[in-house]
Design a protein around this ligand. Structure first.
Ligand SMILES: NC(=O)c1ccc[n+]([C@@H]2O[C@H](COP(=O)([O-])OP(=O)(O)OC[C@H]3O[C@@H](n4cnc5c(N)ncnc54)[C@H](O)[C@@H]3O)[C@@H](O)[C@H]2O)c1
Length: 384
């Protein structure tokens, strides 16, 4: 059994996602376990070089996590033929140019979503990757959430009968930053010029979640809103939120399923989890959160009585049965990294590519257009 070295140029690892999910929970964890296992028993050991703007900061981060290499010079890093994979989790706005540069130097690429801030750029990237024959991947982490994996298992087992409706609630209160509680999202999320907006951020996710856990998305109607127009940034400066901080979107899926997703950074949580999906079918319903999933079969469906004169006697939450944890669920970002590494080395099947990434940007762009034009829009197949 051999161990192969995978040189990865990691950009954006000082950010929220880059640091926590990709560096610590994925790459450092894979190194600590002795690499990613290939089907033939060989192992692949990631050997990252961390790229950042601040030399001291990125070097300290590398030291802290037992990583030997760091740099501020991305162009020189990309010129090293021994590092064959470029990873990007920096801001959305800069991604397309960075990925283009990496693909043109022949690197395989893996990146956060959205792959770009416009569909035209996303399609160009996917075409460029295909033309260069490189391996490419985009983070689709929600597919690896235990809650959604359980829900997909229910669908595949026939639990729902004919599924006809999906309703999703995503969101939590993001503090404004001006009354003693710092905002827990970066200020660029609220600036159009910096790639912000919840529609661009979340409809990318809902595209692959709907396509793969329920049914392919055929049409969208989306209403965006700016509920909190003024916010305070990381340096204490007041700024104008010029993007949507909530999106109320309805989708038509293949097979006549109606899906509605509320996404908001201005909502206070009273539900099972920060995101929940309820699917209703002729034979049963299910509600999935990040980790847990509850079902109600047709034969267990109670008969509530509508009577405004009497306080509700039923505890509706108690009428659902939990799907058990029959398997262990690892961090979804790490699972996806290991799958991608196997795809690079062993050619194992991989569906989370730049074409999939472009589909996410397509739905976000159509959502924004639907809002601007106040109308339903079909989601056409992408010509890539
Ligand atoms: N998969 C998910 O669930 C998920 C969740 C949140 C964010 N994201 C995506 O991850 C990406 C990063 O989001 P985040 O929330 O971690 O943001 P963040 O602001 O915490 O991090 C941004 C990173 O980009 C770097 N950066 C910013 N401006 C730069 C510049 N001019 N030059 C070089 N580097 C620069 C920062 O140093 C930092 O490392 C975004 O594309 C976002 O859409 C994905």
């Amino acid at each position: 059994m051999a161990t192969h070295r995978l040189g990865i140029i990691m950009n954006g690892v000082t950010g929220r996602m880059g640091l926590n999910q990709h560096l610590i929970r994925s790459i450092v964890a894979i190194r600590d376990q002795g690499g990613a296992a290939l089907p033939n028993g060989d192992r692949v050991m990631p050997d990252p070089i961390l790229v950042g703007r601040n030399a001291e900061r990125v070097a300290a981060l590398a030291r802290e996590h037992g990583i030997a290499r760091s740099t501020t010079d991305l162009t020189t890093a990309l010129a090293n033929p021994d590092d064959t994979l470029f990873f990007d989790a920096a801001t959305t706005q800069m991604r397309a140019d960075l990925l283009t540069q990496a693909i043109e130097t022949g690197k395989n690429i893996y990146c956060e979503k959205p792959v770009s801030d416009t569909l035209a750029k996303a399609v160009a990237l996917a075409k460029l990757a295909k033309a260069h024959g490189i391996k490419h991947g985009v983070v689709q982490d929600k597919l690896f959430l235990p809650g959604l994996r359980k829900l997909r298992m229910l669908r595949d087992s026939g639990f729902f009968g004919r599924m006809f409706a999906v309703r999703g609630e995503f969101g939590y209160w993001v503090f404004e930053g001006d009354w003693g509680q710092p905002a827990q999202r970066p200020s660029w999320n609220y600036k159009k010029a910096e790639g912000g907006g919840i529609i661009l951020d979340m409809l990318c996710h809902w595209r692959y979640v709907l396509d793969h856990c329920f049914a392919p998305v055929k049409a969208v109607s989306c209403l965006g809103a700016t509920h909190i127009p003024t916010r305070v940034d990381e340096s204490g400066k007041t700024y104008t939120n010029d993007v949507d901080d909530a999106a109320y979107a309805t989708f038509q899926l293949e097979g006549g399923i109606v899906a509605h997703m509320n996404s908001s950074w201005a909502v206070r949580v009273r539900r099972d989890d920060l995101v929940t999906f309820q699917a209703d079918g002729t034979h049963g319903s299910a509600v999935a959160g990040l980790t847990r999933c509850f079902t109600q079969h047709r034969v267990n469906t109670p008969r509530p009585v509508w009577n405004p004169d009497v306080p509700q006697t039923m505890n509706f939450y108690e009428q659902w049965e939990e799907v058990p944890d029959n398997i262990s669920y690892e961090n979804g970002f790490k699972i996806q990294w290991e799958d991608f590494i196997r795809h690079i080395y062993a050619g194992t099947p991989w569906k989370h590519d730049l074409v999939e990434g472009a589909k996410g940007v397509q739905l976000a762009e159509l959502g924004l257009k639907s809002w601007a034009e106040r109308r339903w829009l079909d989601v056409p197949p992408l010509d890539i």
